[in-house]
Design a protein. Structure first.
Length: 543
């Protein structure tokens, strides 16, 4: 292949891989701001790669002028959308970043409008190294590469800073994106050299191959580590289809080739013999297909998938039942104290009732106190039923403050036994989520009891909420022993447990309930200093 052909191939691979990645992320969350901006970022890269691949390959000057003119809008928007994506990903809402983002978009739009005028941004085309023609810029167009390198480097620095303080799966996600982006931009930046009339082998044209490597690494992180909060499950049928398709092409291609060799060697040309040969090939193909399915089950899924699914379903149901009974048993002591107070109040008033039933003030106090006590008993009874009796998801607007207060009330005495300080801060301004209150209670009960167990001798349990980008976040933080970094990526995996006697399905079930509510759960922990679980749920739509 010539250098020009390598350049075009690298650009086509970039357009296909980056376009597919952007479409994948966008379709996984078309209403999420991060997914939308990342989709635009990928579109800008795809636009540049597609039109440049067409532009460098034509020899007609008029066609080259048109294709070069169409290429530049994609180039201009790569850096601003990358910077915007990073700001959203690391949750950077600082005033400085907002100002830089506004300036970047404003300047890009201005340069784009200037580009609409003839020869205001592109001075023309000229031969460069191995390409037939390449664009070069006017003085008005020179801010484009300056803005590009400034925004890209600031965004990469933000990613690095976020990676330094992150932990667990979040750290892994940022690591993949940071390394992939550095590789992609180092390789792709060689394309700017051509604009200034420079070609430095092997940067040109082989550096552009680094851009599809960025796309492949980022796609892997999306599938394997839920980068950009994209949760995708590779189904067994997809693996089967891909492998069987590849086998089909290779198998029948090989058989066709051998059949042609036999025809030439032995000189037969009978259509019947050819049909018989292909029929025999088809019969041999079926056992190979079954063998592939068996190998996929054993090597990729570790066991026949139906067996795994059935076992996991049974284990999860047993764990759910066990968690409910364990919760009821754990809360029994605290509930006994809760029941004792209203019952004592009722008993006291009943003892004085025969003597003072004629006193209007006493009757008023009696009615208020007994009514309050009975209401409290009813609330405790309903709380117990929520945990002891399973039921399907019943979605309705739920006030998370009420849910958290109920769980904290039920666990009050358990927390007091360990001399724990409980701090709450509800800042979600009365917003609600669409969900099932009883199932959400199970989530927060599990997290609070885990936090209690993590604090061996005293400590502080902090429960606080906040509204962030159309979602409500609940943070449950403890000052306990923390979690080892190598264990964090496995916390939500079924059967993973570091606790003596633990079945390893508690957090897996919690994650399942959260996902059932279209939310996410993440964890940040520092050994020896504590752990914070963050549950993020979408806000209820306005009626």
């Amino acid at each position: 292949m010539t250098l020009l052909q390598h350049h075009i191939l690298a650009l086509w691979l970039t357009a296909l891989s980056t376009g597919g990645l952007g479409l994948l992320v966008f379709l996984a969350g078309p209403k999420k701001r991060l997914n939308q901006v990342f989709g635009l970022y990928s579109l800008a890269i795809t636009w540049w790669a597609l039109f440049e691949s067409l532009f460098v390959g034509v020899s007609d000057r008029a066609s080259a002028d048109l294709l070069a003119y169409l290429e530049w809008p994609g180039v201009m928007f790569i850096a601003p959308t990358f910077f915007h994506t990073v700001c959203l990903l690391v949750n950077d809402k600082s005033k400085a970043s907002r100002i830089v983002l506004r300036i970047a978009y404003t300047l890009t739009v201005f340069l784009e409008f200037a580009h609409l005028g003839p020869n205001l941004v592109i001075a023309g085309l000229r031969p460069v190294a191995y390409t037939a023609l390449f664009s070069w810029l006017t003085p008005l167009g020179l801010p484009i590469p300056c803005l590009f390198f400034l925004l890209v480097n600031v965004a990469l620095f933000k990613l690095y800073c976020a990676y330094r303080v992150a932990a667990g799966q979040r750290r892994t996600q940022l690591c993949y994106l940071l390394v992939a982006s550095v590789i992609g931009y180092l390789g792709g930046s060689a394309d700017w050299l051509l604009i200034f009339g420079l070609a430095l082998p092997p940067l040109n044209p082989f550096g552009i191959y680094c851009v599809p490597l960025y796309s492949l690494a980022t796609t892997y992180a999306v599938f394997q580590h839920r980068l950009l909060d994209v949760d995708i499950v590779i189904r067994k049928s997809v693996v089967y289809s891909l492998l069987v398709s590849l086998l089909t092409i290779g198998y029948f291609g090989s058989m066709y080739f051998l059949e042609r060799v036999f025809q030439v060697t032995f000189g037969y040309s009978s259509i019947r013999v050819s049909l018989a040969a292909f029929a025999a090939m088809a019969l041999l193909f079926q056992p190979l297909k079954v063998l592939i399915q068996h190998l996929v089950d054993r090597l990729i899924f570790r066991a026949p998938q139906q067996t795994v699914a059935k076992k996991l379903e049974v284990y999860e149901e047993r764990a759910r039942e066990g968690d409910r009974y364990k919760a009821v048993a754990t809360l029994a002591t605290g509930i006994a104290h809760e029941l004792k107070n209203p019952l004592t109040s009722i008993k006291t008033f009943l003892e004085f009732f025969p003597e003072r039933h004629g006193d209007p003030e006493f009757r008023e106090q009696f009615q208020a106190a007994v009514g309050s006590a009975v209401g409290r008993l009813e609330q405790i009874t309903h709380g117990l039923l929520d945990f002891s009796k399973p039921h399907p998801l019943q979605a309705e607007p739920v006030d998370l403050k009420a849910v958290l207060d109920d769980v904290l009330a039920l666990t009050y005495h358990e927390l007091q036994k360990k001399a724990l300080t409980v701090t709450t801060a509800y800042t979600h301004n009365g917003s609600t989520v669409q969900g099932d209150a009883s199932k959400l209670k199970q989530v927060f009960l599990n997290l609070i009891l885990n936090a209690k167990e993590a604090m061996v001798s005293g400590g502080t349990l902090t429960v606080f909420t906040g509204a962030v980008n159309g979602h409500l976040e609940v943070h449950i933080a403890d000052t306990g022993r923390g979690i080892h970094p190598k264990d964090i990526p496995h916390l939500f995996e079924p059967f993973f447990s570091k606790k003596a006697g633990g079945h390893g399905l508690g957090l897996s079930i919690v994650q399942g309930i959260v996902r059932e509510h279209h939310g996410t759960i993440t964890v940040h922990s520092t050994p020896g200093r504590g752990t914070t679980f963050t549950v993020r749920l979408p806000v209820s739509a306005a009626p």
